[in-house]
Each structure stands twice: as structure tokens, then as C-alpha cells.
Design a protein around this ligand. Structure first.
Ligand code: FES
Length: 109
């Protein structure tokens, strides 16, 4: 019998000084398009594709904790990726940390 152990593979992205509170930025991590969002100093990482029709979310509008996809105006809570309208969809979330060196690292699995 074999056991699979999930391992975290952190990839360096950008420095926290380049992602101010209330900002979002697209980055590519190991071939995956990722959206970084600084929400009140807490950095989140999501797949940079709208769950509706895969539009790039970084082209949308971030207002406080609400991200609006520019394509058809679906809205999401960027504190946890849950859908606001509609509320039965959510963003794909990735592991994210800010190191002591200020570098934002993301694990895309
Ligand atoms: S592609 Fe984002 S709301 Fe339709």
C-alpha cells in the first residue's frame, strides 16, 4: 500500500513592496496564470481566470474586498474567493505566503 503525501512547492513571485494594500497584480507561476491581491496587508493568490468564461480577472475592478470581472460583472469576495453574485461560484485559490524577506511565494499545486 502506498501513501501520497502532498508537498508544498513555493514559487517566488514579486516583492510585497510592489503590491500595495488594495492592489492586484497578474503573475505567472510555473506556467499558471495567477492573480495576487493585497487585501488589508493580507496577500491572496487566485487563478487569474473568471469561473464564468475564463476572462482575465486582473482586467476587472477591485473595490475594497470586492473584485468585479469586467466581462459580465460577476463579483467575488477577495478575502476568501467566494462568489458574491452569483453566490454559487468561487475563485480557485492557491497557497500563498509572504516571507521574512518580503517575497510573495505561491504554491500552485
Ligand atoms: S467571464 Fe467573468 S463574468 Fe463572464
Amino acid at each position: 500500500m502506498s501513501t501520497q503525501v502532498a508537498t508544498t512547492q513555493w514559487h517566488e513571485t514579486m516583492h510585497i513592496d510592489d503590491l500595495w494594500d488594495g492592489d492586484m497584480a497578474p503573475v505567472e507561476v510555473d506556467g499558471t496564470k495567477v492573480l495576487l491581491v493585497n487585501v488589508g496587508g493580507d496577500v491572496k493568490a487566485y487563478l487569474n481566470r473568471c469561473p464564468h468564461q475564463a476572462w482575465a480577472l486582473d482586467e476587472g475592478d477591485l473595490d475594497g474586498e470586492t473584485l468585479t470581472c469586467i466581462r459580465h460583472m460577476w463579483t467575488f469576495d477577495v478575502t476568501d474567493g467566494t462568489g458574491i453574485n452569483p453566490d454559487d461560484e468561487c475563485l480557485t485559490t492557491f497557497g500563498c505566503e509572504v516571507g521574512d524577506d518580503g517575497v510573495i511565494r505561491v504554491d500552485v499545486g
